[in-house]
Design a protein around this ligand. Structure first.
Ligand SMILES: [Zn+2]
Length: 357
């Protein structure tokens, strides 16, 4: 049953994304996936005794309502969240997509193109540089000069071009503030500053040594002549924000061990060179433990295999690993004999082993 529900939600989200493109384009034909999604939803609605979504309007009306109104009881999707809000996917829908969907569903195109290119061309150095620039909070919102300088570090012209297309002009920078966590632009929403629609940074406030507050953020400090750019919202949401704990873990490890970022063209996030061999880490920033469980369930056997040995581990950054998080993940992935650890557990775990050698 739960797989059917996952599929039902997934197809609704894909259809909403396509429907949004359709609304913005001059295309007169509603995408087929909308009809497919509406029929799937109607079938489900009838099963749970609700009124069917006979037309596109009814379909949309359901999807902007809390999911409990159209999904019924379930343990997959937050009952109070809709799929669509404020002209975009809801935060819950984004989390869902990240856990259950494919990278193509949520990653911005330049990132996917560079990954494919670097895997084909065996271009490890260029890939690491590209990703490091995108996860640098100092480069989240920048002027033309800084953008040109950053891009100038990339030797490969294809990667450089894709890097530039990860930014959009940001002329209204002066009405925004600078996020003290990720460097991206804060907007005011219901009287509160928030960081992107997902506002993950606000949830990290107060966790793990953070001494900042979004509500006390500072203005951007550009001049009126500056042409300003910022990272695309999708890069901010899916690369920059999760990249911040990732680089912190990298930094912490690099103080004691030899470490490598994105080894084998992003096969893993971090590789640690220990006396006993290498340890590969996949840093996972899922807000909910069941999303990490689902991510692990969905992996192919060959992708999952390294994590069933001592050679690879899933690591949950401290600010995500709330009490009970890892217990939940580990008890639900027991059948694979996979052990996910928190950032601090990882550092503690490595220490004695290395010390006594
Ligand atoms: Zn932020």
């Amino acid at each position: 049953m739960s797989n059917e529900l996952q599929e039902l939600i997934y197809i609704q989200i894909r259809a909403l994304i396509q429907f949004n493109y359709y609304l913005r384009s001059s295309n007169a034909v509603i995408p087929d996936i909308v009809t497919v999604a509406r029929r799937r939803l109607t079938k489900h609605l009838l099963q749970i005794g609700k009124y069917p979504a006979l037309g596109v309007n009814e379909w949309l009306r359901y999807l902007v309502e809390p999911s409990e109104h159209w999904l019924g009881n379930n343990d997959i999707f937050d009952p109070l969240s809709p799929l669509w809000e404020e002209g975009g996917l809801s935060r819950e829908a984004e989390w869902f997509l990240e856990a259950y969907g494919l990278p193509e569903d949520f990653q911005e195109r330049p990132v996917l193109k560079v990954l494919t290119y670097c895997r084909e061309e065996d271009e490890q150095h260029g890939y690491v540089l590209f990703r490091s620039l995108l996860t640098n909070s100092h480069l989240a919102v920048i002027n033309q000069k800084t953008l040109t300088e950053a891009a100038g570090k990339i030797v490969d012209s294809f990667i450089r071009h894709q890097y530039l297309s990860c930014y959009e002009p940001f002329d209204e920078w002066y009405i925004h503030k600078k996020c003290p966590c990720c460097g991206w632009s804060l907007s005011i929403h219901n009287g509160q500053w928030r960081c992107g629609r997902s506002n993950t940074c606000s949830e990290l406030e107060g966790y793990y040594l953070s001494k900042w507050s979004l509500q006390l953020a500072e203005n951007f400090n550009f001049s009126s002549e500056d042409q300003v750019y910022r990272l695309l919202p999708g890069i901010h949401r899916f690369i920059l924000v999760p990249g911040i704990p990732e680089s912190r873990i990298y930094q912490r490890l690099s103080q004691r061990y030899e470490v490598e970022l994105y080894p084998e063209k992003d096969e893993f996030d971090i590789r640690v060179y220990l006396k006993s061999g290498t340890l590969d880490l996949d840093v996972k920033c899922f807000k909910r433990p069941r999303h990490l469980v689902e991510y692990i369930n969905k992996l192919s056997n060959s992708k999952r295999e390294p994590f069933q040995t001592n050679r690879a581990k899933f690591v949950v950054p401290n600010e995500y690993a709330f009490d009970g998080y890892l217990e939940q993940v580990n008890s639900q992935t027991k059948k694979y004999q996979i052990q996910a650890v928190s950032e601090n557990q990882l550092l503690r775990m490595l220490e004695p082993k290395e010390k006594f050698r």
